[in-house]
Design a protein around this ligand. Structure first.
Ligand code: 5GP
Ligand code: MN
Length: 318
């Protein structure tokens, strides 16, 4: 067995109280892997809390433990803090002095992970943190219940784009098969994640698709969403989950970008590439990070300035 996996397994066996955290604006992997740990530790009889720096999108409300995820406080008297799917410390809201007297474990698959934990279990080849957790649970002989399996499946399903991305390996499929054997119903998760769009979210998508433009002979596709569009459709940032994939999906596009107006002169950027292009390079230039084919960052400036910066960052596509 991998030594690190055994070491973390021993900590889980020995310690009594845990806090699970993940990155702000959590996606399916962040929510799924947090709740998988929450569920498994709870079933082992441990005291366990789960917190996040931002509200959890309503998309995940169908999950049994949705409302167990509380705002981050840095105040719980516990033995162990575990961060999942978090590339940098400040993205999970944990303060350095709070973890000083605790065991701090960082479990992630971002290649840009800054190894901020006391113990860092990082596997950039894993399709999702859910895959790393499955290894951790299996290899230590921990009981993976149907509920824990559902959370792991959610993590893997969403981070592989429904088993489409190149990160999907035979092992990913074997893990998914194991989770189905433990009672996961694929349609239940897929229905709630992909087949239950709110009407107003689709109206917002209509406005965003109206902004789509391409550059460099169609190799770069850019779209944006403004506060005005949110107001018009009574939606918010969380409704844009997955929108960037439409930009990438343009035939011939190698990179798709969504610019999201988060405040006056402040844009959150989501970047997706199809294959060869590594979007973490542009993400780092914009103070962010992520994976080769999915990364994000921020740009300060007007919409036009933000667009120009993006177009410039991908000038190598010309
Ligand atoms: P998204 O575009 O969905 O927000 O993020 C895509 C990927 O990039 C995710 O893995 C996410 O964690 C990462 N990411 C997005 N924004 C940032 C950021 O500002 N900093 C870092 N380090 N990673 C980011
Ligand atoms: Mn992830």
């Amino acid at each position: 067995m991998n030594e690190l996996i055994k070491k973390i397994g021993d900590i889980i066996k020995k310690q009594n109280s845990f806090l699970i955290v993940s990155h702000k604006n959590p996606d399916g992997d962040a929510v799924g892997s947090s709740l998988a740990l929450y569920s498994l530790l709870g079933e082992m009889g441990k005291k366990v809390y789960v917190e996040n720096p931002t509200d959890v999108p309503q998309l995940y409300m169908f999950l049994e433990d949705y409302d167990k995820i509380k705002p981050i406080k840095n105040d719980k008297d516990i033995d162990v803090v575990i961060a999942v799917d978090t590339a940098e410390l400040d993205r999970c809201g944990i303060q350095k002095d709070y973890v000083e007297d605790k065991i701090f474990i960082n479990i992630d698959h971002h290649k840009t992970n800054t190894l901020f934990g006391e113990i860092n279990l990082i596997n950039a080849d894993a399709a999702a943190v859910g895959c790393i957790l499955w290894d951790l649970f299996k290899q230590n002989g921990f009981e993976i219940s149907k509920k824990t399996s559902q959370y792991l499946y959610l993590s893997i399903l969403t981070d592989t784009g429904s088993f489409r991305y190149s990160s999907t390996s035979p092992k990913t499929m074997r893990i998914a098969a194991d989770l189905l054997e433990r009672g996961v119903e694929p349609w239940f998760i897929a229905y709630n994640i992909y087949e239950s769009n709110r009407f107003k979210t689709l109206k917002l998508l209509g406005l965003v698709l109206g902004t789509l433009e391409t550059y460099y002979d169609g190799k770069l596709a850019v779209e944006y969403v403004t506060q005005d569009m949110f107001e018009k459709t009574n939606t918010s940032a969380e409704d844009t989950e997955g929108f960037v994939n439409f930009a990438r999906s343009v035939r011939g596009a190698e990179v798709g970008v969504l610019l999201r107006e988060d405040g006056p002169n402040l844009f959150k950027i989501s970047m997706r590439s199809k294959d060869k292009v590594d979007v973490t390079i542009a993400a780092s230039a914009f103070g962010g990070g992520g994976h080769k084919n999915a990364a994000g960052g921020q740009i300060e400036g007007t919409l036009n300035e933000a667009k120009s910066k993006i177009v410039e960052a991908f000038s190598f596509l010309s």
